[in-house]
Design a protein around this ligand. Structure first.
Ligand code: ATP
Ligand code: MG
Length: 575
């Protein structure tokens, strides 16, 4: 590719263009790069969430797109493992599973810790060049010396240590001769810099903590702002894409690369670009809050379907494709904003509409005895899996007999005029079956309706009743041949659009108590007895559901509601 005009055969702008792609196209045109190398750099201290999915779709998506166009391009998965205290191999495994599940494969798996030795060597180089020094101020003093946004900082009294003294102290730091916090290594930049990040930032600190990759080899660890640009540069990253809160770190990123590139002979001069992070209403996304929910047992684990974690959404039954479509719909912008949860729900429905066969399930069963239907008779009625507007074929037989279940909500003792379902004396159509009329209502001692007596019109199978109009159609299941199931109705995690401000745990008060409603004793049609964990369905008139990947098995069916059919949320909030 070298020397070749990489742009000559490529389309002017790839589809879905945004400011990042514009920058890349400019770079390619100016021959600053002949391929695109990106990376996704999670810290292995938690599970990924939908915000990370946006970053994954962008970084991996770019590599896929430009590989198609240029014949080469890569995206690395790099664990940013510079803080040994919070990181764990378990999280690394979870992250890899999530990236793959989202549909991406990395062109190389790396760790920042792969480069600890190099980073150390480069730090000695900076010391030798007079660009870094060992500082022995306490944390509190360091803070005081830093100044504020409006006032410049003061030079540390240790700033003018000689190169020899600095090297000696730094080596002893590495050897473990000091306690945590006794010394740090700082860049020597400018204590009066307008950008506070440039006021002699810390490069290394002492942490006598074992690391999940390097064990006890190190007791000094590099800071993110030092480790990140070096890792990028070593890997030949061309475009280092991160979220907007790192805007002020860019100057330091450049300082690190510029001061090392001649010495280290990096294969590329990476540049950092910032895009708007994804924020969603009615949920929380920061790892700290997710951790609080998990550790405080407010949810069942990292894969609780109420959480916006990838693992949670996967268990909820949301498809990877719906998430990818959502990320592409949200796009890549330069200004922060909050995306409405309804938009994610739209993507989920849009995807499942084409994928989820329609079946019948009764969540809160009410028994119906059809008195004029012969006892012992069973008809197998043909029920299509797909509505007319989905271009797919297939059906299954559903059994129909004298006793069936309908939804409790589809019956009212004193129905208002526009209730086109069942009431005393009223007639309704059973989906795929006959019209029935309610002739009698049986109540228990407390006055609750426990059973309906009905008659059916044998002329109404696949035909309109003669001489009258029946407006409503309801779903049902056969009493004898349906299967019992547990149904978990999931809804939004928070009942407020944004968690309350204030002390961090305040957000726990905003947890929607109805984010999970468990129904035992639901009845699902016979065909669902065979459903495999992870299989998705539309329960007619109820929503999209999935057989739970952990708990559902034949004989113990468990279904999770992925999403309702319509936005009932907005309506109930208005009420
Ligand atoms: P959190 O802020 O939720 O605690 P994090 O930034 O600490 O997450 P990292 O593991 O450091 O998590 O993130 C890995 C990558 O994912 C980073 O490049 C980060 O910018 C990106 N990322 C994190 N959250 C979001 C988000 N909400 N939207 C888009 N990208 C994100
Ligand atoms: Mg981070």
């Amino acid at each position: 590719m070298k020397g070749q005009n990489v742009n000559s055969s490529a389309p002017a702008t790839p589809k879905g263009s945004d400011f990042i792609r514009d920058i890349i196209n400019d770079d390619l045109e100016a021959q600053r790069h002949s391929q695109v190398i990106t990376r996704f750099p999670p810290e292995p201290n938690g599970f990924l969430h939908i915000g990370h999915a946006k970053s994954i779709c962008l970084n991996f998506g770019l590599a896929v797109e430009y590989k198609e166009r240029l014949g080469k391009s890569r995206c690395h998965l790099r664990f940013d493992d510079t803080d040994p205290a919070k990181e764990d191999t378990l999280f690394e495994e979870g992250i890899q599973e999530d990236v793959r599940w989202l549909g991406f494969e990395w062109d190389g798996l790396y760790h920042a810790s792969d480069y600890f030795e190099k980073m150390y060597e480069y730090a000695e180089h900076l010391i030798t060049a007079g660009k870094a020094y060992v500082c022995s101020l306490s944390d509190a003093e360091t803070k005081e010396y830093r100044g504020t946004v409006t006032t410049p900082g003061k030079n540390s009294p240790y700033r003018d240590r000689s190169v020899e003294e600095n090297l000696d102290l730094f080596r002893k730091m590495r050897e473990g001769q000091f306690k945590d916090g006794e010394h740090v290594l700082r860049a020597k930049i400018d204590m009066a810099a307008a950008n506070m990040k440039m006021r002699d930032p810390m490069l290394y600190r002492i942490r006598h903590t074992a690391h999940h990759m390097t064990g006890d080899k190190w007791c000094i660890y590099p800071m993110y702002d030092y480790a990140h640009p070096i890792s990028d540069a070593i890997e030949g990253i061309t475009h280092s894409i991160c979220t907007l809160e790192f805007e002020n770190n860019r100057e330091l990123y450049d300082w690190v690369v510029d001061n090392l590139i001649d010495y280290a002979k990096f294969p590329s001069r990476p540049k950092q670009y910032e895009f708007a992070r994804l924020n969603l209403n009615y949920t929380v996304m920061s790892k700290r809050r997710l951790l609080e929910l998990v550790e405080g047992k407010h949810v069942s684990g990292w894969d609780d379907p109420r959480l916006p974690t990838i693992a949670g959404m996967r268990r909820r039954g949301i498809t990877a494709e719906a998430i990818r479509n959502f990320c592409s719909m949200v796009g890549v912008a330069k200004a922060n904003s909050t995306v409405d949860m309804a938009q994610l729900e739209f993507s989920i429905r849009d995807d499942l509409n084409q994928k989820a066969p329609r079946v019948m399930a009764v969540l809160k069963p009410l028994k119906v005895v059809i008195e004029n239907y012969p006892e012992g008779k069973v008809e197998e009625l043909d029920a299509s899996y797909w509505p007319h507007d989905v271009p797919k074929e297939g059906s299954r037989p559903v059994p129909f007999s004298r006793e069936i279940f309908i939804e409790q909500d589809d019956f009212m003792l004193e129905p208002p005029k526009d209730f086109y379902r069942l009431g005393p004396g009223k007639e309704v159509r059973l989906r795929y079956a006959y019209c029935i009329t309610c002739t009698d209502v049986i109540k228990d001692e407390a006055g609750n309706v426990v059973e309906l007596r009905c008659t059916y019109d044998p002329e109404t199978l696949g035909a309109n009743p003669v001489g009258r109009k029946v407006k409503g159609t309801i779903h049902w299941v056969d009493a004898a041949q349906s299967q019992e199931a547990e149904v978990r109705l999931y809804d939004r995690l928070l009942s407020l659009e944004a968690p309350p401000v204030g002390k961090d745990s305040e957000f726990l008060k905003a947890i929607n108590p109805e984010a999970l409603v468990t129904i035992k004793g639901a009845r699902v049609e016979r065909s669902l007895g065979e459903s495999k964990p992870g299989e998705r369905f539309q329960f007619e008139r109820q929503g999209y559901f999935v057989a739970d990947i952990k708990d559902s098995k034949p004989g113990n069916l468990v279904f999770n509601r992925i999403v309702t059919l319509k936005d009932s949320w907005a309506r109930s909030q208005k009420k």
